[in-house]
Design a binder for this molecule. Structure first.
Ligand code: NAP
Length: 403
């Protein structure tokens, strides 16, 4: 095994024949993983003609792990994900019980994968519910570790909820009725700023036009509003020479290129992504906003079967299909593997193998423009559906044309 090495400054050193972890996933996971891995391997082969390759290391998680070990996410799997540093995963069923809410949340917390990154771009040929889907070219950086997702909540009739209601009444004159459940929304300066920093660094490295801070600070001033303030603070204190506020920008276009820092209130942003689509580029937002917003943007470019995702921290990264396990299609080789294939493209970019990522993405685009699609889209386009594996083969065939 040639594992990725982590250097002192947390950057990674990737061997030419590198080991990458993969979790097959439940339901349609094995079908889409098989196809995605073969597409990624072909892109690498096409780009580097044998001088680079991936040795895929299968890591047990989900139903597969439960059958073999009695646990959905055994410690050995977490250890192996750690050794691999960079991994990719298919969708996992959320187990009931076992003391945690979801395997995905567990992995995000264990490896401190604080940024959920979702790039969304339109491929001509994909059916879309909007008139100008080609205007979508956005990448959402969603905070992954705090907010209402931190899981700090109590049922209305629990001792904890009762105590909190008393405490709020006795100390702050906040009166809540006895049938009130309570959830807590923690948003911290450190976690907000590291997320916004990642989004700005991405915008600078990729010469993007703007970073929009999406928040509901008009109502939740000290959590959502603070996220916005802390975001601007990062831009002005750490990236003064590479960023400009929207206000400054509107006073006069700067002579040199700068990332424009904007902010939008969440409900307005949902309207803006439809009405002023091409004015938005990189988006940085809190956990719950990001959850809703990334699915809404994904819908414009063809839905969750298409959009890729990655959970990225300062050291570790796990790329993933953003949809679920679609159990009714399990083992039928009919699911759309695009989300996982494009997540493979994100992984290639993350490890610096951009030539292979470019080939992979261009070949996917070409397959779509030739109306080569799986059943989910074939039924909308009224064309013959391809199996999941056949769709992968069509992508691979097109790599020669685009390389
Ligand atoms: P889902 O698995 O995403 O499936 C809902 C529907 O979306 C499917 O019935 C199918 O629609 C369509 N679909 C999703 N992915 C598709 C693909 N790749 N190709 C074609 N069609 C696709 O959502 P769910 O039914 O709510 O969740 C099922 C399980 O997945 C749950 O256990 C949930 O916890 C888990 N989950 C895991 C993740 C993750 O691991 N990241 C994410 C979400 C959900 P049609 O029926 O219209 O064909």
């Amino acid at each position: 095994m040639s594992y990725i090495q982590v250097k002192e400054d947390s950057s990674i050193e990737v061997p030419d024949n590198t080991t990458i972890g993969f979790i097959e996933g439940d339901g349609i996971g094995p079908d889409i993983s098989r196809t995605a891995i073969s597409v990624v391997n072909s892109a690498i082969e096409m780009a580097y003609k044998g001088s680079k390759s991936i040795e895929w290391r299968k890591i047990l998680a989900g139903d597969d792990a439960f059958e073999k070990t009695g646990k959905h996410l055994p410690q050995e799997s977490l250890d192996e994900l750690k050794r691999c540093v960079v991994s990719i995963k298919g969708p996992l069923t959320t187990p009931i019980g076992e003391g945690f809410r979801s395997l995905n949340v567990t992995m995000r917390q264990y490896f401190d994968l604080y940024a959920n990154v979702r790039p969304m771009k339109y491929f001509p040929g994909v059916p879309s519910p909007v008139k100008n889907p080609e205007k979508v070219d956005m990448i959402v950086f969603r905070e992954n570790t705090e907010d209402l997702y931190a899981g700090i909540e109590w049922r209305y009739d629990s001792e904890e909820a009762k105590k909190l209601r008393w405490y709020l009444k006795d100390n702050f004159q906040v009166k809540l009725t006895d049938d009130t459940g309570i959830g807590i929304k923690p948003i911290s300066r450190f976690k907000s700023q590291r997320l916004v920093r990642k989004a700005i660094q991405y915008a600078i490295a990729n010469r993007r036009k703007s970073v929009t801070l999406v928040h509901k600070g008009n109502i939740m001033k000290y959590t959502e509003g603070a996220f916005k303030e802390w975001g601007y603070e990062v831009a002005s204190s750490e990236f003064r020479d590479q960023t400009i506020t929207e206000e400054e920008y509107l006073k006069g276009t700067p002579t040199a290129w700068r990332v424009v820092m904007k902010d939008r209130i969440t409900d307005n942003m949902f309207q803006q992504i439809l009405t002023r689509t091409d004015e938005y580029d990189v988006i940085a937002t809190t956990n719950l906003n990001g959850d809703y917003l990334s699915d809404a943007i994904a819908a414009q470019v063809g839905g969750l079967g298409i959009a890729p995702g990655g959970n990225i921290g300062d050291v570790y990264a796990i790329f993933e299909a953003v949809h679920g396990t679609a159990p009714k299609y399990a083992g039928m080789d009919v699911a759309n593997p695009t989300s996982l294939i494009l997540s493979g493209g994100m992984l290639l970019r993350h490890i610096g193998w951009t030539e292979a990522a470019d080939i992979l993405e261009s070949a996917v685009a070409l397959a779509y423009s030739d109306q080569k699609v799986t059943q989910d889209l074939a039924r909308i386009l009224n064309v013959k559906p391809l199996l999941c594996s056949e769709f992968g083969e069509e992508i691979v065939k097109r790599m020669k044309t685009v390389s």
